[in-house]
Design a protein around this ligand. Structure first.
Ligand SMILES: C[S@@+](CC[C@H](N)C(=O)[O-])C[C@H]1O[C@@H](n2cnc3c(N)ncnc32)[C@H](O)[C@@H]1O
Length: 297
């Protein structure tokens, strides 16, 4: 791969998925894209790049972009966000939505489905508390390939052993040969749909909860800011945003602020995007967090 090929791929990936590759990621690009090149009957990445530059290359571009995504995920990943979900987010929303009895959740980089299914399991475990409620989970990802796996709800022994408590495994999965199939009652709680976070969010409607975890880390500062600002526009004023352990809004946008003592959890900032900083923290008893009718549902 020549420096020109690498530069072309870097620009293509930045434009199509937001992925930012530093100058020293040749090895990663080769290991991910050589199989794509070979599948297309090409010998090397120079051949792949000239094909990508040619006509009718859209399907190959999609393959390249998908091959460069990192789809690592597991059930109850990092635990804390799901504690926040059960102990902070859901109680606040159950109180605030007692008349509509409707809650919308968006899992914005759902990968192979473990995150939205973990949320569905948490909701199921709440049992009677949510009787008569409608809770929708929309799970999206750029990669259609991972969404296919997510939709199937079938996981390997290794995948279910990572983070999923044994009790939950027994309760919500059935062993099929060497794999585990998630229960239809959990699977049907999640709607999967392809969606690129670089696109406009408006048509998705408004959400009470957004889980957008472990995807901003791949973006540059400008893209992170743009995504966070768009997320703020689709998050209800008394809603919540959960980010990954290595992600934050601090120093990027004033559209969200940290929820006090809830690591990784953010709330829309009624003061808007103007000011930001670590001192700008929302408390759950803050009366400024009143529900707003967005009409976007
Ligand atoms: C590391 S996984 C995170 C999965 C899950 N949120 C978690 O924390 O376990 C990152 C996911 O982000 C997706 N992704 C990358 N760029 C994206 C974009 N521009 N729009 C939507 N999804 C994207 C990838 O396809 C990948 O499945």
């Amino acid at each position: 791969m020549t420096p020109y090929d690498y530069d072309y791929l870097r620009k293509l990936l930045r434009a199509r998925s937001g992925l930012v590759l530093s100058a020293d990621k040749h090895y990663l690009v080769e290991s991910r894209l050589l199989p794509v090149a070979r599948k297309a009957g090409l010998f090397n990445l120079t051949g792949l790049v000239s094909k990508l530059r040619g006509p009718d290359s859209e399907p190959l571009i999609v393959e390249v972009v998908e091959a460069m995504t990192t789809n690592e995920s597991f059930f109850f990943r990092d635990k804390v966000p799901f504690d926040h979900f059960r102990e902070t987010i859901m109680p606040a929303l159950i109180a605030a939505r007692s008349s509509s009895r409707r809650i919308r959740i968006w899992c914005a980089a759902a990968a192979t489905g473990q995150e939205p299914y973990t949320l569905a399991i948490c909701l199921k475990e709440m049992g009677r508390e949510l009787k008569g409620w409608r809770v929708d989970i929309l799970a999206t990802d750029l990669s259609t390939e991972v969404l296919e796996k997510a939709k199937s709800g079938i996981y390997s022994q290794f995948e279910v052993q990572r983070g999923l408590p044994v009790l939950m495994l027994i309760k919500y999965f059935t062993q099929v040969g060497e794999t585990w199939q998630i229960a239809p009652e959990i699977r049907s709680m999640v709607k999967f749909q392809p969606f690129n976070l670089l696109n406009d969010f408006a048509h998705l409607g408004a959400f009470d909860v957004v889980f957008c975890r472990n995807v901003l880390i791949y973006f540059d500062q400008e893209t992170k800011i743009a995504v966070l600002d768009r997320l703020a526009r689709v998050t209800e004023r008394d809603g919540f945003l959960a980010l990954g352990a290595a992600e934050t809004v601090i120093g990027l946008t004033g559209a969200f602020k940290p929820v006090a003592e809830k690591r990784g959890l953010y709330a829309p900032n009624p003061l808007g995007t103007a000011a930001y900083g670590a001192g700008n923290i929302v408390s759950l008893s803050n009366p400024a967090r009143a529900p707003v009718a967005t009409g976007a549902r």
